[in-house]
Unconditional design. Structure first.
Ligand code: NDP
Length: 277
């Protein structure tokens, strides 16, 4: 029976440390500030943004929300980003994705100053991560690494299988495991015989968005399972892993909710404090 990784508790204790760092910055006359831009009225995005604002305030980061209408032009959004890039009181800039169709997301990500890129999505941040230079790391992957280390799981020499290769989760988290000397296998929608690969994993990270994609017969005894997926099914949040079945085979497993989610926001706060420092 697997140990359930308590992401909420690990996040809470990490945020206490960040709160102390925010207090020390304030003593030096620096008020850490995160500005979040939300374009449009997507309910899921609104809820994510509210969660980020609340968490920032709780640890003493000033948080500003800029709401822009759904029909905002790309030029207007880029102007707003440029203004924030030049504003010394703003340490972190986050543009909530997805953006409405008339706006090119890549252009927007490229426009954010790398010094304020607290999401870690700018190509400069990604490039630095690739070569192992200090930079803002993307929040969900960094949260996963923190969970794994906090649980005392050894990474070097282990076989890490990642299911999902998105720019924000799968691809960067694999790179971070590689930087820590794991052997990494990436799986995606074109992988034939997914179970062949997942059964070899010492650490299995699943970031797909398909409820219960990974079942007990697809993992080996003792695997550490990190379930990133968030799926709403019959009004309930569930992950990409069949938690009830897999927990009898795994040695550790993250629940959904309460696993990776709280760590993602925590790493955003971490990056904002770093930016202010
Ligand atoms: P994307 O949709 O960007 O990527 C999904 C990936 O899964 C793609 O690489 C896709 O392959 C792959 N995939 C799709 N179907 C299959 C399949 N049947 N078998 C194997 N691979 C498959 O998703 P994200 O990475 O943005 O998010 C993944 C999940 O994680 C979502 O549920 C999202 O809500 C959640 N999430 C949770 C966060 C948290 O903090 N807890 C943060 C971010 C995301 P291909 O590339 O070939 O299309």
């Amino acid at each position: 029976m697997a140990e359930v990784i308590n992401g909420k508790e690990i996040a809470r204790s990490y945020r206490m440390k960040l709160k102390e760092q925010a207090e020390r910055l304030k003593e030096q006359g620096i008020l850490p500030k995160l500005t979040v831009i939300l374009v449009g009225e997507d309910p899921a995005s609104q809820s994510y943004v509210r969660g980020k604002e609340k968490a920032a305030k709780e640890i003493g980061i000033e948080s500003e929300l800029i709401l822009m209408p759904n029909e905002t032009s790309e030029e207007e959004l880029l102007r707003t980003i440029n203004r924030l890039n030049a504003d010394a009181s703003v340490h972190g800039i986050l543009v909530q994705l997805p953006l409405p169709g008339q706006i090119d997301e890549k252009k927007v990500i490229f426009a954010i100053s790398p010094a304020k890129d607290v999401d870690g999505f700018h190509p400069e941040s990604i490039g630095k991560m690739m070569i192992g230079e200090k930079t803002f790391l993307p929040c969900t992957p960094n949260g996963i690494m923190h969970l794994i280390k906090e649980m005392g799981v050894s990474i070097s020499g282990s076989h890490v299988v990642i299911v999902g290769r998105s720019q924000i989760v799968g691809k960067p988290v694999g790179m971070m495991f590689l930087n820590e000397s794991a052997t990494v296998t990436y799986c995606h929608s074109k992988t034939s015989d997914l179970a062949f690969f997942t059964r070899q994993a010492d650490i299995l990270v699943v970031a797909v968005g398909v409820p219960n994609l990974i079942t007990a017969d697809m993992v080996k005894e003792g695997v550490v399972v990190i379930d990133v997926g968030v799926n709403r099914v019959d009004g309930k949040l569930i992950g990409d892993v069949d938690f009830e079945g897999v927990k009898d085979v795994a040695s550790m497993i993250t629940p959904v909710p309460g696993g990776v989610g709280p760590m993602t926001i925590t790493m955003l706060l971490h990056n904002t404090i770093e930016a202010a420092q």
